[in-house]
Design a protein around this ligand. Sequence first.
Ligand code: HEC
Ligand code: HEC
Ligand code: HEC
Ligand code: HEC
Ligand code: HEC
Length: 206
Amino acid sequence: MNVAKTCGKCHIEIYAVYMNSIHGRSTYEKKNPDAPDCTGCHGEHSVLSPRDPESSVYPTGVVKTCAHCHAEVGIVGKYGIEVDQVATYEDSFHGIGIKYGLKTAASCASCHGTHNILPHDNPHSTVYIENIPRTCGKCHPGANINYARGKIHIDPSKKSAGIVFYVAFFFKWFTILILLGLITHIGLDLYRRSNQWRELKMKQRM
Ligand code: HEC
Ligand code: HEC
Ligand code: HEC
Ligand code: HEC
Ligand code: HEC
């Protein structure tokens, strides 16, 4: 319970920001053992600069650090937080980019922040609807409010994905029906050809 204060002796500004974040408040006000203090994200004796590719907070390492808790029902599930955010991120353009080493793609921290992480309905959150154009705009110059219109974490196999669900559903069955039609067509064609061939044989025999 003193870790943040210990690191905060020297990292004063970060300490102040962290104490107002969801993780800071959860750990120190609510005394929840599941939320991260400084070492929850930075490690203990392994603290490294975010510019070191080996660091747990290097852009391509952050996802694993957040996923350590946010993909676990046993950890964040207790607080009513869904765990599919990690999976939906990994299927996204950014997630695939980061996975293959595209450091410039958005990691969890590029959108949610680091020491200032808050739920998305808090006006101070970097992913609060009105702040989204600025957050996406760091990397997508000219990002406007349309960037905030769609949901970011979506699972196309769930109805809650709205139109994306129906488009995915349509294309799945469309593809299956086309393939079935194609196979039937080939089957009928082969059947006709085998009949023609049999008739030819019969004629030759006569
Ligand atoms: C006694 C003061 C002090 C304490 C306590 C301290 N740090 Fe630091 N920390 C520093 C200094 C000074 C640097 C800069 C070192 C350098 O750049 O060479 C640093 C650097 C860092 C960096 C890398 C910053 C960068 O931009 O490269 C991280 C991450 C970090 N500390 C995290 C922590 C964490 C987490 C804790 C608590 C577990 C902690 N520190 C406790 C003084 C401290
Ligand atoms: C939720 C995870 C998380 C927690 C909790 C966290 N950090 Fe960080 N921290 C990060 C990430 C991610 C970065 C890298 C930011 C970047 O790439 O610019 C970072 C960067 C840093 C840096 C170096 C860059 C900077 O912003 O100056 C220091 C120093 C640091 N953290 C100290 C701390 C201290 C002290 C605490 C506790 C009071 C803490 N962190 C808690 C995720 C976290
Ligand atoms: C050590 C485990 C742990 C780590 C690491 C961690 N979190 Fe969390 N996070 C939690 C817990 C537990 C809560 C719920 C706190 C509460 O509600 O009291 C939470 C809450 C959140 C929330 C608010 C969710 C809501 O609906 O209220 C966001 C957003 C979030 N975390 C994002 C991140 C990101 C991004 C990272 C990585 C940079 C990260 N977390 C790293 C455990 C963790
Ligand atoms: C491109 C930006 C972006 C990236 C990258 C991203 N998120 Fe999110 N996240 C959002 C937005 C925006 C929301 C608000 C709900 C929505 O649109 O789906 C959100 C919602 C959440 C929530 C629900 C709690 C809340 O804030 O209400 C959690 C937890 C979360 N994200 C964790 C993560 C984790 C963990 C990662 C990395 C594996 C990640 N996010 C990557 C933008 C992002
Ligand atoms: C840290 C930087 C960063 C942030 C922040 C970021 N993105 Fe991206 N995003 C990228 C990169 C890099 C690509 C890949 C660009 C490419 O290769 O065309 C990308 C690709 C995309 C794509 C795929 C299509 C395209 O334009 O190439 C979409 C859609 C997208 N981002 C939306 C968002 C939204 C919405 C947000 C804010 C919630 C956001 N991004 C925040 C860096 C970022």
